[in-house]
Write a protein that binds this ligand. Sequence first.
Ligand SMILES: Nc1nc2c(ncn2[C@@H]2O[C@H](COP(=O)(O)OP(=O)(O)O)[C@@H](O)[C@H]2O)c(=O)[nH]1
Ligand SMILES: [Mg+2]
Ligand SMILES: [Zn+2]
Length: 324
Amino acid sequence: MLSQYPFDLNPTHSLEGIILRSTGSWYEVLSDSGTYSCTIRGKFRLADEAATNPVVIGDRVLFDLNEDKTGIIVERLERHNKLSRRAAGRRQSKEHVIVANVDKAWIVQSIRNPRINPGFIDRVIVMAEYLHVPAGIIFNKADLMDEAAEEVVMFFAELYESLGYPVVFTSTKVDGGTTDLLAQLEKGIHVFIGPSGVGKSSLLNAIVPDSDLKTGAISESTQKGKHTTTYAELIRIPNGGFIGDTPGLREFGLYSIPPEELSHYFVEFRDHMHDCRFPNCTHDHEPHCKIKELVEADELAVERYESYINMLAAARLGKLDVGR
Ligand SMILES: Nc1nc2c(ncn2[C@@H]2O[C@H](COP(=O)(O)OP(=O)(O)O)[C@@H](O)[C@H]2O)c(=O)[nH]1
Ligand SMILES: [Mg+2]
Ligand SMILES: [Zn+2]
């Protein structure tokens, strides 16, 4: 077989591209010279690690062109990070990668209907920290801000900003309501993660004209069980980066973080945890815990500590899920 593709052995003849769309057997690959439909070399498929899918949207790959201008993916370049979940069913121990090389995971919340859920935000932040994916927060439905919501929303906006997570306010119902968000999406691969009803589809439609059709297909197939085939894809933002859109994003969860490791993913705890008396302190029941002292002194936010304690209980049961 190899003799048919003499350039396989010489990567300098291969083209480099990024996976935009994956159907499982065909991959749409964007390169400097255009978009190509590619298959994957059988050998490559078999040689892969413990994942159900060796190449996913966001992956950078090398591919060789066939005479008919289709391509064959011959190599996957190193990933910076990936979002994944456990594969369903019998292959449960296998990993199902959803999207690779994510530049920002945006946690989408709405100011009202439904109101913001700090526990959800913290679970996704922990997962992002664990997976080395930078996180940010979108507070959507800014048009619904009123006096009752303002105090709470601004408290959390300032808290997360102070921890290093950018916060953007959006509204899909007012002119210019997504301008600040667009400025954040100028380059790179982005994903929206949030419970249903916060406005993820509305945001996608607002920033990517004509994306209605695609997002419609996805929500119909998952919610109503229609026979629409759904594909994971990177949607191009005009003059900007990409949004990863896949139903799988709603299902991924955190798993197997050892309880004593959990606090490493709370960024503001990191600097202090070596000041606890016990090196394996879980900042829960142990005496002389620096983290607890700082929470009591109001130097660390008690809201984050409460999230931590809730997640710690879940981690001890081996059930740390991001949830819906
Ligand atoms: N007031 C207001 N409603 C919004 C906004 N964005 C979305 N919605 C509404 O919120 C509901 C859920 O939106 P949708 O995009 O389907 O949320 P998803 O489940 O996260 O994809 C719909 O009724 C939208 O019209 C917004 O910025 N302001
Ligand atoms: Mg939706
Ligand atoms: Zn401690």
